[in-house]
Write a protein that binds this ligand. Structure first.
Ligand SMILES: Nc1nc2c(c(=O)[nH]1)N[C@H]1C(S)=C(S)[C@@H](COP(=O)(O)O)O[C@H]1N2
Ligand SMILES: [Mo]
Length: 328
């Protein structure tokens, strides 16, 4: 006879908890709330209305990429664990522009991805404004199965579709002065108003950055798709960064601008909470986050996160053979 177990109060909220934001909840939340003129009643109403991902229909990813147009890169055709279910990877997201919980996938459908342009500027010989469709044609798409590790200690495995960043670098030709690159995500508070009240005072738009050498690394990838289809909006359509040896927050979604610059750019999380989210942010089991250990990770699965399989965290997320030489 199956055991009927009543859910403990902490089981349900845990899936929705966003540790990346807890500090802010404590420190800024009330301030922002009051600043924005919201009452505590308004807040509880909003939280109560949040959609439950379990009842949501399957992904609305648009299939724009024809399946015979890419090959799986043989160097990245498998990892040490199974590929995460598409339904999980597309329903459990961090995309703060659309809300502070994990169930933002419906809100993210407001992202206008038509006629998307990506501007490449700064210290390059050939500044360009790319059409996303042009990118698809210009750089041969390949599939790469990468481990993904969020700084919050959950992990997944995703078959991304895209092209190595070094191909775009070769096209725009950074000058010798360029030492860093900054990626800027789409931001329009009229559209991305999911979080509304609590995002007040955040350093929008979302930005991230790499050194030039990191960008030129074989692993650094621009994804335009996942699971053989175009990227769903909630996963950062139509173009996002994928940096598999770094924590997930380093991978800006829905990129509109790429700037090559001389000095280290200010980035979203590093500006907000510098002692918790460093610029480099390489996955490292021996460097704990100030609020939790990074020694283990939990494999994104069905059900409550305390029940997910725990695995030891790998240095550089297991990609040391490609990237350790960047950090002597
Ligand atoms: N623009 C933008 N990019 C973002 C984020 C965000 O909030 N906004 N969250 C980051 C974090 S913390 C993670 S873990 C990954 C999550 O990607 P996924 O939702 O595809 O799993 O996106 C990263 N890129
Ligand atoms: Mo994250």
């Amino acid at each position: 006879m199956p055991l009927i177990r009543i859910k403990k109060p902490w089981e349900i909220p845990e899936r929705e908890i966003t540790p990346e934001n807890l500090y802010l909840n404590r420190r800024r939340f009330m301030k922002n709330l009051i600043g924005a003129g919201f009452s505590v009643t308004a807040l509880s109403t909003l939280i109560g209305c949040r959609n439950n991902s379990k009842t949501a229909p399957t992904s609305r990813a648009v299939t724009l990429i024809s399946t015979n147009k890419f090959i799986t890169n043989p160097n990245f055709s498998q990892v040490d664990r199974p590929i995460t279910d598409e339904a999980l990877a597309t329903k459990y997201n961090n995309f703060y522009e659309f809300g502070g919980g994990k169930s933002i996938w419906q809100a993210a459908q407001a992202l206008p991805t038509e006629n998307w342009k990506v501007e490449v500027a700064g210290l390059v010989k050939n500044p360009r404004i790319y059409d996303v469709d042009e990118l698809h044609k210009k750089f041969p798409l390949e599939e790469r199965i990468y481990r993904f590790r969020c700084v919050e200690a959950w992990a997944m495995v995703v078959p991304w579709l895209g092209f190595p960043m070094k191909l775009l670098m070769a096209d725009v030709e950074p000058t010798s002065k360029a030492k860093y690159v900054r990626f800027t995500s789409f931001y329009n508070p009229e559209i991305t108003k999911g979080p509304g009240f609590w995002a007040t005072g955040y350093p929008w738009p979302y930005t991230e950055g790499l050194t030039i050498d990191e960008m030129a690394n074989e692993l650094a990838f621009f994804a335009v798709g996942m699971y053989g289809k175009s990227l769903p909006k909630q996963n950062g359509a139509p173009l996002r960064e994928v940096i598999p040896w770094k924590y997930g927050f380093k991978g800006a979604k829905s990129i509109v601008k790429i700037d090559f610059v001389e000095s280290r750019p200010a980035t979203f999380w590093n500006t907000l909470i510098p002692n918790e989210y460093g610029f480099e942010a390489n996955v490292n089991p021996d460097v704990p986050h100030p609020r939790w250990s990074q020694a283990t990770e939990r494999v994104l699965s069905e059900g409550a996160s305390w029940s997910w399989e725990k695995r030891p965290t790998l240095l550089y997320n297991g990609y040391g053979e490609y990237v350790a030489n960047l950090y002597p």
